[in-house]
Write a protein that binds this ligand. Structure first.
Ligand code: GTP
Ligand code: MG
Length: 240
């Protein structure tokens, strides 16, 4: 049997990930209107055009550093388990705040779909969202959804299928940082790339290293069995 196609659902708390997961899979994971309900990973299958897609509902988080178990669980799934596609579910009524996490995910992994959920609420408030413009700016598909009303599902599943079969190529836009940080990335990234190869984004690991994210280095060391990665932190000052 071939490996199942895995689709991860990430996003801020309360953006409708579990509502979307339940509507697609027909399962009944708990949803509610307060933050932080999903603490473990719910998994379920969706059939589409003769293929099975395995969905994973990740905990909602505001960022994906090493601040909490939820953040680590979601981050580790995205970077180490390498789902075929990661859906970032955003709340259409507070896009500015939600984009923070979306941009972090675009630095971590390539195959991303930005799902703008609660579009029904946004329309009620007169908020207009130009998904074509966003798609161009972000370099990945952007889709409007109403998980509660099951709006946008066909386009979402079709887009997932087209990413998986290579018909759509994602090219996530990378944030540009200050000249000083970009200089440091330039120096450190070749070392990182040598170690991690194409298993992780070397630019993202460099950024996390510059931020002193020891817990991520531990995780890389354990999961990729890279003893030397811990040393990069000790040598960081020397390299820079
Ligand atoms: N109006 C509207 N409400 C929605 C929609 N999708 C989800 N909701 C509501 O938003 C609230 C949060 O939904 P959840 O699915 O629990 O959100 P979540 O992202 O899984 O939250 P965490 O597990 O805390 O990260 C619930 O009250 C849902 O009914 C939508 O498309 N439109
Ligand atoms: Mg949830």
């Amino acid at each position: 049997m071939t490996n199942p196609i895995r689709i991860a659902l990430a996003g801020n708390p309360n953006t409708g990930k579990t509502t979307l997961f339940n509507a697609l899979t027909g399962l009944r994971q708990h949803t509610g209107n307060w933050a932080g309900k999903t603490v473990s990973l719910a998994e379920g299958n969706v059939q589409f055009k003769g293929k099975t897609y395995h969905f994973i509902d990740l905990p909602g988080t505001y960022s994906l550093f090493s601040n909490s178990t939820d953040e680590e669980v979601a981050r580790n799934y995205i970077v180490f388990e390498r789902p075929d596609v990661t859906l970032v579910v955003l709340d259409a009524t507070s896009l500015e705040r939600n984009f923070n996490l979306a941009l972090q995910i675009l630095e971590m992994t390539r195959n991303v779909i930005v799902c703008i959920n609660l579009i029904d609420e946004a329309e009620k408030k007169g908020i207009k969202i130009n998904e074509r413009l966003l798609t161009n700016r972000l370099g990945v598909p952007v889709i409007k959804l109403s998980a509660r009303n099951k709006v946008g599902f066909d386009l979402l599943l079709d887009t997932i299928e087209r990413i998986v079969n290579g018909a759509i190529e994602c090219n996530p836009t990378q944030m540009t940082y200050s000249d000083e940080i970009e200089e440091q990335i330039k120096k450190i990234e070749p070392y990182i790339r040598e170690m991690v190869g194409d298993r992780l984004s070397s630019r993202w690991v460099s950024l996390r290293l510059l931020d002193g994210d020891e817990r991520l280095l531990d995780e890389i060391k354990n999961r990729l069995q890279l003893e030397e990665v811990k040393k990069t932190n000790e040598y960081r000052t020397a390299i820079l």
